[in-house]
Design a protein around this ligand. Sequence first.
Ligand SMILES: C[S@@+](CC[C@H](N)C(=O)[O-])C[C@H]1O[C@@H](n2cnc3c(N)ncnc32)[C@H](O)[C@@H]1O
Length: 193
Amino acid sequence: MNLFRRLSFDFSYLSKPPWDSGISPPELMEFIRNHAPGRALDLGCGTATNVITLAQAGWQVTGVDFSWRAVRKGYQKLRKTRIEAQLLVDDVTKLREIHGSYELILDIGCYHSLPVDIRPAYRTNIDRLLAPQGFHLLYAFLPSSPGSLPGITQDDLEALNQSRQMVNRRDSPDRQGRASTWLCYQKDTPGRW
Ligand SMILES: C[S@@+](CC[C@H](N)C(=O)[O-])C[C@H]1O[C@@H](n2cnc3c(N)ncnc32)[C@H](O)[C@@H]1O
């Protein structure tokens, strides 16, 4: 199942998939304006658009994606922009090479596509890697969206809330009208983003 998903994402990067706009969303820009830089981990980083945005704002960034084609395109963009950041081909439910703690873990559109049975492994990684008072900023489709993606479910919201505090939630349709949400969690201490 995961192999099929990986191959299918990898295939999509043969051309330009619809999400690969090259533009960071305003919600991330707002987060960057309101928080001092630190270490950031971008899960499902695609071709590194948001890795580059964060690095340009002074963050020390690692991006992870299981599509080697996306990571290769990401490295090409890093070279062109002369930005320093680390990109790794890995599965967000594994991350055995990723250590230390991160003030920001970003996920734009990865978690909501994971099969429900492997989501706990992702959440365990967030618990392990998020710094005290660090933020998990997550963009996901809601399950009411048409299409095959399971989206982020009520069970997910409850599980994510268990060891982190939700400090912000903004629901709004995306450009195609799909119901989606921006969620911001903080470890240990609630705050504002
Ligand atoms: C919708 S795209 C978003 C890419 C990027 N965040 C962006 O905003 O441009 C989702 C990304 O998650 C990656 N992905 C999905 N499942 C993954 C997994 N289990 N491990 C690592 N990456 C994964 C896909 O390869 C894809 O690049």
